[in-house]
Design a protein around this ligand. Structure first.
Ligand SMILES: Nc1nc2c(ncn2[C@@H]2O[C@H](COP(=O)(O)OP(=O)(O)O)[C@@H](O)[C@H]2O)c(=O)[nH]1
Ligand SMILES: [Mg+2]
Length: 393
Protein backbone atom coordinates (compact mmCIF):
# COMPACT_ATOMS: atom_id res chain seq x y z
CA UNK A 1 0.00 0.00 0.00
CA UNK A 2 1.21 3.53 -0.70
CA UNK A 3 2.47 5.18 2.43
CA UNK A 4 1.93 8.87 3.19
CA UNK A 5 3.61 10.50 6.19
CA UNK A 6 2.50 13.64 7.99
CA UNK A 7 5.44 15.84 8.87
CA UNK A 8 5.63 19.20 10.58
CA UNK A 9 6.31 20.98 13.81
CA UNK A 10 4.22 20.39 16.94
CA UNK A 11 0.73 21.98 16.95
CA UNK A 12 0.53 22.39 13.20
CA UNK A 13 -2.50 20.07 13.16
CA UNK A 14 -0.98 16.74 12.11
CA UNK A 15 -2.94 14.63 14.56
CA UNK A 16 -6.17 16.43 13.71
CA UNK A 17 -5.52 15.76 10.02
CA UNK A 18 -4.67 12.14 10.82
CA UNK A 19 -7.76 11.63 12.92
CA UNK A 20 -10.02 13.13 10.27
CA UNK A 21 -8.38 11.33 7.36
CA UNK A 22 -8.40 7.89 8.99
CA UNK A 23 -11.94 8.15 10.30
CA UNK A 24 -13.85 6.09 7.83
CA UNK A 25 -17.35 7.33 7.20
CA UNK A 26 -19.80 4.56 8.13
CA UNK A 27 -21.02 4.52 4.57
CA UNK A 28 -17.55 4.07 3.16
CA UNK A 29 -15.77 2.27 5.93
CA UNK A 30 -15.66 -1.27 7.17
CA UNK A 31 -11.97 -1.74 6.68
CA UNK A 32 -10.74 -4.94 8.27
CA UNK A 33 -7.62 -3.07 9.31
CA UNK A 34 -8.66 0.44 10.26
CA UNK A 35 -5.82 1.03 12.68
CA UNK A 36 -2.54 -0.85 12.54
CA UNK A 37 -1.05 1.07 15.44
CA UNK A 38 -2.11 4.36 17.02
CA UNK A 39 -0.04 6.43 14.60
CA UNK A 40 -0.40 4.30 11.52
CA UNK A 41 -3.78 4.00 9.91
CA UNK A 42 -5.67 3.64 6.69
CA UNK A 43 -6.85 6.64 4.77
CA UNK A 44 -8.07 6.91 1.19
CA UNK A 45 -7.42 8.53 -2.10
CA UNK A 46 -10.64 9.49 -3.85
CA UNK A 47 -11.30 8.88 -7.50
CA UNK A 48 -14.18 8.27 -9.89
CA UNK A 49 -15.31 4.66 -9.88
CA UNK A 50 -15.45 2.99 -13.31
CA UNK A 51 -19.00 1.91 -12.43
CA UNK A 52 -20.07 5.45 -13.37
CA UNK A 53 -19.85 4.24 -16.99
CA UNK A 54 -22.48 1.63 -16.31
CA UNK A 55 -26.16 1.76 -15.59
CA UNK A 56 -25.83 0.65 -11.98
CA UNK A 57 -23.43 1.76 -9.28
CA UNK A 58 -21.17 -1.10 -8.22
CA UNK A 59 -22.20 -1.07 -4.58
CA UNK A 60 -18.71 -1.91 -3.41
CA UNK A 61 -18.09 -0.83 0.17
CA UNK A 62 -15.37 1.55 -1.04
CA UNK A 63 -17.64 3.13 -3.61
CA UNK A 64 -20.15 5.71 -2.55
CA UNK A 65 -22.38 6.49 -5.46
CA UNK A 66 -19.45 6.50 -7.86
CA UNK A 67 -17.02 8.19 -5.48
CA UNK A 68 -14.36 5.56 -5.08
CA UNK A 69 -12.08 5.47 -2.05
CA UNK A 70 -8.80 3.62 -2.50
CA UNK A 71 -6.86 2.71 0.65
CA UNK A 72 -3.49 4.31 1.38
CA UNK A 73 -1.46 4.17 4.55
CA UNK A 74 -1.21 7.35 6.61
CA UNK A 75 1.42 7.85 9.32
CA UNK A 76 1.23 10.49 12.02
CA UNK A 77 4.71 10.95 13.39
CA UNK A 78 5.98 12.93 16.36
CA UNK A 79 6.36 16.67 15.81
CA UNK A 80 9.56 17.78 14.21
CA UNK A 81 11.59 20.63 15.66
CA UNK A 82 14.68 22.38 14.26
CA UNK A 83 17.73 20.26 15.07
CA UNK A 84 15.77 16.99 14.83
CA UNK A 85 18.47 15.37 12.69
CA UNK A 86 20.80 15.77 15.69
CA UNK A 87 18.22 14.06 17.86
CA UNK A 88 16.44 17.17 19.21
CA UNK A 89 12.90 16.45 20.38
CA UNK A 90 11.83 13.09 19.04
CA UNK A 91 13.88 13.88 15.99
CA UNK A 92 15.46 10.61 15.02
CA UNK A 93 12.35 8.65 15.80
CA UNK A 94 10.45 10.98 13.52
CA UNK A 95 12.95 10.85 10.72
CA UNK A 96 13.35 7.07 10.82
CA UNK A 97 9.58 6.77 10.48
CA UNK A 98 9.92 8.56 7.15
CA UNK A 99 12.13 5.86 5.71
CA UNK A 100 9.23 3.89 4.32
CA UNK A 101 7.05 6.82 3.33
CA UNK A 102 6.46 7.34 -0.39
CA UNK A 103 5.43 10.96 -0.03
CA UNK A 104 5.31 13.58 2.72
CA UNK A 105 2.52 15.93 3.69
CA UNK A 106 4.25 18.82 5.40
CA UNK A 107 1.53 20.20 7.65
CA UNK A 108 2.20 23.89 8.21
CA UNK A 109 0.30 26.20 10.56
CA UNK A 110 -0.60 28.81 7.96
CA UNK A 111 -2.20 31.05 10.58
CA UNK A 112 1.22 32.04 11.87
CA UNK A 113 -0.05 31.45 15.39
CA UNK A 114 2.74 29.09 16.52
CA UNK A 115 6.50 29.64 16.55
CA UNK A 116 9.29 27.40 15.23
CA UNK A 117 8.91 25.05 18.19
CA UNK A 118 5.13 24.92 17.88
CA UNK A 119 4.44 27.15 20.88
CA UNK A 120 1.44 29.50 20.62
CA UNK A 121 2.22 33.08 19.67
CA UNK A 122 0.03 35.96 18.55
CA UNK A 123 -1.90 35.00 15.42
CA UNK A 124 -0.07 36.03 12.27
CA UNK A 125 3.17 36.90 14.06
CA UNK A 126 5.19 33.90 12.85
CA UNK A 127 6.11 33.38 9.20
CA UNK A 128 4.94 29.90 8.12
CA UNK A 129 7.29 29.94 5.13
CA UNK A 130 10.03 29.07 7.61
CA UNK A 131 8.24 25.81 8.32
CA UNK A 132 8.39 24.84 4.67
CA UNK A 133 12.13 25.29 4.59
CA UNK A 134 13.03 23.71 7.88
CA UNK A 135 11.25 20.41 7.23
CA UNK A 136 13.12 20.03 3.94
CA UNK A 137 16.36 20.98 5.62
CA UNK A 138 15.93 18.53 8.48
CA UNK A 139 15.19 15.72 6.05
CA UNK A 140 18.22 16.60 3.93
CA UNK A 141 20.52 16.78 6.95
CA UNK A 142 19.16 13.53 8.31
CA UNK A 143 19.93 11.78 5.02
CA UNK A 144 23.33 13.47 4.86
CA UNK A 145 24.12 12.09 8.31
CA UNK A 146 23.24 8.59 7.15
CA UNK A 147 25.50 8.99 4.13
CA UNK A 148 28.29 10.27 6.37
CA UNK A 149 27.85 7.41 8.83
CA UNK A 150 28.19 4.86 6.02
CA UNK A 151 31.06 6.52 4.25
CA UNK A 152 33.83 4.89 6.21
CA UNK A 153 32.56 1.44 5.35
CA UNK A 154 32.23 2.42 1.69
CA UNK A 155 35.82 3.65 1.82
CA UNK A 156 36.98 0.35 3.27
CA UNK A 157 35.16 -1.65 0.61
CA UNK A 158 36.63 0.52 -2.14
CA UNK A 159 39.98 -1.24 -1.62
CA UNK A 160 38.49 -4.41 -3.05
CA UNK A 161 39.11 -4.92 -6.80
CA UNK A 162 35.40 -5.68 -7.39
CA UNK A 163 34.34 -2.40 -5.82
CA UNK A 164 31.82 -0.32 -7.76
CA UNK A 165 30.83 2.99 -6.23
CA UNK A 166 27.38 3.09 -7.81
CA UNK A 167 26.56 -0.39 -6.46
CA UNK A 168 27.78 0.58 -3.00
CA UNK A 169 25.56 3.69 -3.05
CA UNK A 170 22.56 1.64 -4.18
CA UNK A 171 23.15 -0.73 -1.25
CA UNK A 172 23.30 2.13 1.21
CA UNK A 173 20.39 4.17 -0.12
CA UNK A 174 17.90 1.36 -0.64
CA UNK A 175 18.10 1.15 3.15
CA UNK A 176 16.37 4.54 3.35
CA UNK A 177 13.66 3.72 0.84
CA UNK A 178 15.34 4.63 -2.47
CA UNK A 179 15.09 2.24 -5.39
CA UNK A 180 17.93 1.33 -7.70
CA UNK A 181 16.27 3.52 -10.29
CA UNK A 182 16.17 6.50 -7.90
CA UNK A 183 19.87 6.17 -7.18
CA UNK A 184 20.78 5.79 -10.85
CA UNK A 185 18.73 8.87 -11.76
CA UNK A 186 20.33 10.98 -9.05
CA UNK A 187 23.87 9.85 -9.84
CA UNK A 188 23.34 10.67 -13.49
CA UNK A 189 22.58 14.26 -12.50
CA UNK A 190 25.79 14.61 -10.48
CA UNK A 191 29.47 14.97 -11.15
CA UNK A 192 31.51 13.08 -8.61
CA UNK A 193 34.82 11.25 -8.20
CA UNK A 194 34.91 7.44 -8.47
CA UNK A 195 37.14 7.23 -5.41
CA UNK A 196 35.03 7.63 -2.24
CA UNK A 197 38.02 9.19 -0.45
CA UNK A 198 37.85 12.10 -2.90
CA UNK A 199 34.26 12.96 -2.02
CA UNK A 200 33.82 16.30 -0.28
CA UNK A 201 31.07 17.21 2.20
CA UNK A 202 29.41 19.07 -0.68
CA UNK A 203 29.24 15.89 -2.75
CA UNK A 204 27.64 14.01 0.11
CA UNK A 205 25.17 16.80 0.82
CA UNK A 206 24.24 17.04 -2.83
CA UNK A 207 23.65 13.29 -2.93
CA UNK A 208 21.50 13.44 0.20
CA UNK A 209 19.44 16.38 -1.04
CA UNK A 210 18.81 14.89 -4.45
CA UNK A 211 17.90 11.49 -3.05
CA UNK A 212 15.45 13.18 -0.71
CA UNK A 213 13.89 15.15 -3.55
CA UNK A 214 13.63 12.03 -5.66
CA UNK A 215 12.29 9.68 -2.99
CA UNK A 216 10.33 11.93 -0.61
CA UNK A 217 8.32 14.47 -2.58
CA UNK A 218 6.48 16.97 -0.40
CA UNK A 219 2.99 18.48 -0.47
CA UNK A 220 2.74 21.57 1.72
CA UNK A 221 -0.56 21.48 3.59
CA UNK A 222 -1.41 25.05 4.60
CA UNK A 223 -3.49 24.10 7.62
CA UNK A 224 -5.69 26.32 9.77
CA UNK A 225 -6.72 28.07 6.57
CA UNK A 226 -9.91 28.99 8.45
CA UNK A 227 -7.94 31.52 10.50
CA UNK A 228 -4.94 32.15 8.24
CA UNK A 229 -4.29 35.64 6.83
CA UNK A 230 -4.66 35.55 3.02
CA UNK A 231 -1.19 37.01 2.77
CA UNK A 232 0.30 33.91 4.44
CA UNK A 233 -1.31 31.62 1.91
CA UNK A 234 0.00 33.76 -0.93
CA UNK A 235 3.53 33.68 0.50
CA UNK A 236 3.40 29.91 1.02
CA UNK A 237 2.36 29.51 -2.60
CA UNK A 238 5.40 31.50 -3.64
CA UNK A 239 7.72 29.48 -1.43
CA UNK A 240 6.62 25.95 -2.36
CA UNK A 241 5.64 24.21 -5.58
CA UNK A 242 2.58 22.46 -4.25
CA UNK A 243 0.45 24.05 -1.55
CA UNK A 244 -3.00 22.88 -0.48
CA UNK A 245 -5.00 25.18 1.83
CA UNK A 246 -6.67 23.06 4.46
CA UNK A 247 -8.79 22.98 7.56
CA UNK A 248 -8.14 19.68 9.28
CA UNK A 249 -10.38 20.70 12.15
CA UNK A 250 -13.21 21.45 9.73
CA UNK A 251 -12.84 18.06 8.07
CA UNK A 252 -12.89 16.34 11.44
CA UNK A 253 -16.06 18.19 12.45
CA UNK A 254 -17.71 17.23 9.16
CA UNK A 255 -16.80 13.56 9.36
CA UNK A 256 -18.05 13.39 12.92
CA UNK A 257 -21.27 15.12 11.93
CA UNK A 258 -21.64 12.76 8.97
CA UNK A 259 -21.16 9.73 11.20
CA UNK A 260 -23.80 11.09 13.55
CA UNK A 261 -26.20 11.45 10.63
CA UNK A 262 -26.31 15.22 10.94
CA UNK A 263 -24.91 16.07 7.54
CA UNK A 264 -24.59 14.48 4.14
CA UNK A 265 -20.89 14.69 3.34
CA UNK A 266 -18.41 12.41 1.63
CA UNK A 267 -14.71 13.11 2.10
CA UNK A 268 -13.54 15.37 -0.69
CA UNK A 269 -16.96 16.87 -1.43
CA UNK A 270 -16.87 20.59 -2.10
CA UNK A 271 -19.70 21.23 0.30
CA UNK A 272 -22.23 19.43 2.51
CA UNK A 273 -25.90 19.35 3.27
CA UNK A 274 -27.46 19.45 6.71
CA UNK A 275 -29.74 16.47 7.20
CA UNK A 276 -30.25 16.32 10.98
CA UNK A 277 -31.10 18.56 13.92
CA UNK A 278 -28.10 20.68 14.80
CA UNK A 279 -27.68 22.63 18.01
CA UNK A 280 -27.06 26.35 17.53
CA UNK A 281 -23.39 25.86 18.34
CA UNK A 282 -23.06 22.97 15.88
CA UNK A 283 -24.84 24.94 13.17
CA UNK A 284 -22.60 27.94 13.70
CA UNK A 285 -19.43 25.81 13.67
CA UNK A 286 -20.38 23.97 10.52
CA UNK A 287 -21.42 27.14 8.70
CA UNK A 288 -17.94 28.49 9.40
CA UNK A 289 -16.50 25.35 7.84
CA UNK A 290 -18.77 25.90 4.86
CA UNK A 291 -17.33 29.37 4.41
CA UNK A 292 -13.80 27.94 4.21
CA UNK A 293 -14.95 25.21 1.82
CA UNK A 294 -16.59 27.77 -0.45
CA UNK A 295 -13.34 29.67 -0.61
CA UNK A 296 -11.06 26.69 -1.30
CA UNK A 297 -13.32 24.12 -2.94
CA UNK A 298 -13.49 21.81 0.09
CA UNK A 299 -11.67 21.35 3.38
CA UNK A 300 -8.40 20.43 1.66
CA UNK A 301 -7.83 17.13 3.50
CA UNK A 302 -8.88 14.95 0.56
CA UNK A 303 -7.26 17.34 -1.91
CA UNK A 304 -3.94 17.00 -0.06
CA UNK A 305 -4.12 13.18 -0.16
CA UNK A 306 -5.14 13.15 -3.81
CA UNK A 307 -2.45 15.64 -4.79
CA UNK A 308 0.13 13.37 -3.16
CA UNK A 309 -1.11 10.19 -4.82
CA UNK A 310 -2.20 11.32 -8.26
CA UNK A 311 -0.10 14.43 -8.92
CA UNK A 312 3.19 14.02 -7.05
CA UNK A 313 3.47 10.25 -7.18
CA UNK A 314 1.67 10.18 -10.52
CA UNK A 315 -0.26 7.00 -9.80
CA UNK A 316 -3.25 5.51 -11.58
CA UNK A 317 -6.07 3.37 -10.19
CA UNK A 318 -6.62 -0.01 -11.85
CA UNK A 319 -9.34 -2.56 -11.14
CA UNK A 320 -8.60 -6.26 -11.69
CA UNK A 321 -11.64 -8.46 -12.39
CA UNK A 322 -12.18 -12.08 -13.34
CA UNK A 323 -15.27 -11.63 -15.46
CA UNK A 324 -14.62 -9.01 -18.12
CA UNK A 325 -18.30 -8.67 -19.01
CA UNK A 326 -19.69 -8.21 -15.53
CA UNK A 327 -16.57 -6.72 -13.97
CA UNK A 328 -16.81 -9.17 -11.10
CA UNK A 329 -14.52 -11.44 -9.12
CA UNK A 330 -15.17 -15.18 -8.72
CA UNK A 331 -17.86 -14.49 -6.12
CA UNK A 332 -19.82 -12.07 -8.24
CA UNK A 333 -18.64 -8.92 -6.46
CA UNK A 334 -18.52 -5.96 -8.84
CA UNK A 335 -15.19 -4.09 -8.98
CA UNK A 336 -14.04 -5.55 -5.67
CA UNK A 337 -10.44 -4.33 -5.79
CA UNK A 338 -8.61 -1.17 -6.71
CA UNK A 339 -4.83 -0.86 -6.97
CA UNK A 340 -2.71 2.25 -7.13
CA UNK A 341 0.22 1.82 -9.51
CA UNK A 342 2.85 4.22 -10.87
CA UNK A 343 1.82 5.64 -14.22
CA UNK A 344 3.43 3.66 -16.99
CA UNK A 345 2.55 0.38 -15.28
CA UNK A 346 1.35 -2.49 -17.46
CA UNK A 347 -1.28 -5.20 -16.85
CA UNK A 348 1.58 -7.48 -15.85
CA UNK A 349 2.57 -5.02 -13.13
CA UNK A 350 -1.05 -5.10 -11.98
CA UNK A 351 -0.89 -8.91 -11.96
CA UNK A 352 2.13 -8.73 -9.67
CA UNK A 353 0.37 -6.22 -7.43
CA UNK A 354 -2.50 -8.68 -7.03
CA UNK A 355 -0.22 -11.60 -6.22
CA UNK A 356 3.29 -12.66 -7.21
CA UNK A 357 1.95 -16.04 -8.42
CA UNK A 358 -0.54 -14.30 -10.70
CA UNK A 359 2.31 -12.19 -12.00
CA UNK A 360 4.60 -15.18 -12.53
CA UNK A 361 1.86 -17.04 -14.41
CA UNK A 362 0.78 -13.99 -16.46
CA UNK A 363 -0.36 -14.91 -19.97
CA UNK A 364 -2.25 -11.89 -21.25
CA UNK A 365 -4.83 -9.30 -20.23
CA UNK A 366 -8.18 -8.04 -21.46
CA UNK A 367 -9.22 -4.40 -21.25
CA UNK A 368 -12.71 -4.95 -19.83
CA UNK A 369 -13.92 -1.47 -20.77
CA UNK A 370 -13.03 -1.87 -24.43
CA UNK A 371 -13.60 -5.64 -24.41
CA UNK A 372 -10.35 -6.47 -26.18
CA UNK A 373 -7.01 -8.06 -25.50
CA UNK A 374 -4.14 -5.69 -24.78
CA UNK A 375 -0.46 -6.09 -25.53
CA UNK A 376 2.53 -6.51 -23.23
CA UNK A 377 3.44 -2.84 -23.32
CA UNK A 378 -0.06 -1.46 -22.80
CA UNK A 379 0.13 1.34 -20.23
CA UNK A 380 -2.64 1.34 -17.70
CA UNK A 381 -4.79 4.44 -17.49
CA UNK A 382 -6.76 5.85 -14.61
CA UNK A 383 -9.89 3.76 -14.09
CA UNK A 384 -8.84 0.80 -16.24
CA UNK A 385 -10.75 -2.41 -15.57
CA UNK A 386 -8.57 -5.39 -16.43
CA UNK A 387 -9.05 -9.11 -16.62
CA UNK A 388 -5.74 -10.87 -16.09
CA UNK A 389 -5.33 -14.29 -17.63
CA UNK A 390 -2.73 -16.26 -15.69
CA UNK A 391 -1.78 -19.87 -15.21
CA UNK A 392 -2.12 -19.17 -11.46
CA UNK A 393 -5.50 -18.86 -9.79
N1 LIG B 1 -8.21 26.88 13.64
C1 LIG B 1 -7.76 25.65 13.40
N2 LIG B 1 -7.16 24.95 14.37
C2 LIG B 1 -6.72 23.70 14.09
C3 LIG B 1 -6.89 23.12 12.81
N3 LIG B 1 -6.37 21.89 12.83
C4 LIG B 1 -5.88 21.69 14.08
N4 LIG B 1 -6.10 22.78 14.85
C5 LIG B 1 -5.76 22.97 16.26
O1 LIG B 1 -4.34 23.03 16.42
C6 LIG B 1 -3.95 22.43 17.66
C7 LIG B 1 -2.89 21.37 17.44
O2 LIG B 1 -3.46 20.30 16.70
P1 LIG B 1 -2.80 18.84 16.65
O3 LIG B 1 -3.55 18.09 15.61
O4 LIG B 1 -2.72 18.24 17.99
O5 LIG B 1 -1.32 19.22 16.14
P2 LIG B 1 -0.01 18.29 16.01
O6 LIG B 1 0.85 18.60 17.20
O7 LIG B 1 0.63 18.76 14.75
O8 LIG B 1 -0.43 16.87 15.96
C8 LIG B 1 -5.23 21.88 18.28
O9 LIG B 1 -5.71 22.81 19.23
C9 LIG B 1 -6.18 21.78 17.10
O10 LIG B 1 -7.53 21.88 17.49
C10 LIG B 1 -7.56 23.89 11.79
O11 LIG B 1 -7.77 23.47 10.65
N5 LIG B 1 -7.97 25.14 12.16
MG1 LIG C 1 0.26 15.28 17.17
Amino acid sequence: MLSIALAGKPNAGKSTFYKAATMADVDVGNYPFTTIDPNRGVSQARTECPCLDREERCGDEHCHDGKRYVPVELIDVAGLVPGAHEGRGLGNQFLDALTNADVILNVVDASGGTNAEGEPVELGSYDPVQDVDFVEEEMDLWLASIVERNWESIGRKSRSPEFDLDDALVDMLTGVGATEYDVALVLRSMEYPEDPFQWTDEHKEELARKIRQQTKPIVVVANKADVAPAENLARLREAADIVVPCTAEGELALRQAANAGLVDYDPGDETFEVTGDLSDAQAKGLEQVRGVMDEFGGTGVQTALNTAVYDLLDHVTAYPVQNEGRWTDGDGNVLPDAFLLPSGSTPKDLAYAVHSDIGDGYLHAVDAKAGRRVGEDHELEEGDVVKIVSTAR
